[in-house]
Design a protein around this ligand. Structure first.
Ligand code: FE2
Length: 425
């Protein structure tokens, strides 16, 4: 007897009238119109069943702190960093935990069941590290949380940062982070990349660096990141996050750089909501968009994912944990409007993001965890267009969250009352 049988589902690859059978928290069969006894049966009514959303780049220690102690007036990355510096001494572990847990509830409701979050290690108290390690444990039944030791003020620039970073790793933080473009000089930035990659190699850890998050066409840290990845044999275990300077770089140089990134099997994470908001702030007109070269990276075979980065914090006043909103923005800013490109944007917040995090047993194949979302949409493109309602979210085959379908009742004079949702299918 199965625990759960979902039938009449459409899958992201376009197969329809599909059944997904679950037993013991795992997917045990995926087949068209399967018939088998099950404790629970759900008719998907042709809607899209997809693996859970994954956010490969977030800052959970800062989330939901918008307005504390004040609002970012210039809207720049640098004022955001300064503002976070003002907030840090005022943080308490209790408040950090409470905000992170509140955000995890939002995430679960939106079918976002795996998050890689950077955690600032520059405060020698390591308050945020302790808080997020506690949150990681607490949310483990419903969200996979991966922590990155992130030296927000620069591992070389901030006194004691390297010691704190190692202490954070000793406490159980999973991934080595960095921020080379915030070090004092380009040379220090390169030295920080080398140092941090060596540390990761020594400890057998993955790397995820904020890299070249500026509009500076001459920023070169992703080149160093690719080189160190290659030198240390860290292929497939290193992520370059943001990479916004690539937007402004010389085209010839980028044609060489992308090949180096592909050779090192770097993952690339763009953060469309934040990149379009923070970049280009020093421009008058035309204003650069600041998003890295997503279609070109994908064309070179590089795994590209989209992250949320920020929700209601010193850098960004909006957001709700909705990865479809993230992908929707990425699609627009990168002009990825063909059918195939829109589907790549959906992948950027699901399967590609799961590859960045190295998640195991992720997906809709036999043997995978029975984690999935039933969306009020017929396919990934419609899901993006509508930022589709998560009708049901499952974790290990158990219902975790459900939302009422987004259907309007129309009361037009002279017409009978009608229901409408914005699907033409
Ligand atoms: Fe970030």
């Amino acid at each position: 007897m199965l625990d759960l049988l979902i039938h009449n589902a459409t899958l992201p690859d376009g197969r329809n009238a599909m059944s997904v059978a679950v037993s013991g928290g795992k997917i045990v069969e995926v087949a068209p119109q399967l018939e088998a006894p099950a404790h629970q049966r759900i008719d998907a009514q042709g809607q899209l069943l997809c693996p859970p959303f994954v956010d490969p780049h977030f800052h959970m220690d800062a989330t939901l702190s918008y307005g504390l102690p004040r609002v970012n007036q210039s809207g720049t990355l640098l004022e955001g960093i300064a503002l976070w510096g003002e907030l840090k001494p005022l943080l308490t572990q209790e408040a950090l935990v409470a905000r992170a847990l509140a955000y995890c509830d939002w995430a679960a409701a939106k079918g976002l069941l795996a998050i890689r979050t950077h955690v600032d290690i520059c405060d020698p108290r390591l308050l945020a590290v302790d808080a997020l390690l506690q949150v990681k444990k607490q949310v483990a039944p419903y969200i996979d949380l991966q922590l990155v030791a992130f030296p927000q003020d620069g591992v070389l620039r901030a006194p004691g940062a390297l010691t704190n970073l190692k202490r954070a790793l000793d406490k159980g933080v999973d991934v080595v982070g960095g921020i080379p473009h915030f070090e004092r000089t380009m040379a220090d930035g390169a030295a920080s990349v080398k140092l941090l990659c060596e540390l990761a190699a020594e400890r057998g850890l993955r790397v995820d660096m904020h890299c070249d998050e500026s509009d500076d066409p001459l920023s070169r840290h992703v080149e160093t990141l690719a080189f160190e990845t290659q030198r240390l044999g860290l292929h497939g275990r290193v992520t370059g996050s943001h990479l916004t300077s690539m937007h402004s770089m010389d085209n010839y140089y980028v044609s060489k750089l992308i090949a180096l990134m592909a050779e090192a099997q770097l993952h690339a994470v763009a953060n469309p909501l934040i990149n379009i908001t923070l970049q280009g702030r020093h421009d008058t007109y035309p204003k650069r968009r600041g998003l890295t070269r997503v279609p070109e990276l994908l064309a070179a075979g590089i795994n590209v994912a989209f992250g949320h980065d920020c929700v209601m914090d010193p850098w960004y006043s909006l957001g709700s944990g909705d990865m479809l909103e993230v992908a929707h923005m990425g699609l627009h800013v990168a002009q990825m409007t063909s059918q195939a490109a829109m589907r790549q944007c959906f992948d950027a917040v699901t399967v590609n993001a799961a590859r960045v995090m190295g998640l195991e047993n992720y997906g809709l194949d036999v043997g995978c965890h029975a984690d999935f979302c039933l969306l009020q949409a017929r396919d990934p493109v419609e899901a993006l267009r509508l930022r589709a309602t998560r009708l049901k979210v499952f974790r290990r085959g158990q219902l975790l969250a459900e939302s009422a379908s987004a259907v309007a009742q129309l009361h037009v004079a002279g017409r009978p009352t009608q229901t409408a949702w914005m699907s033409n299918r």
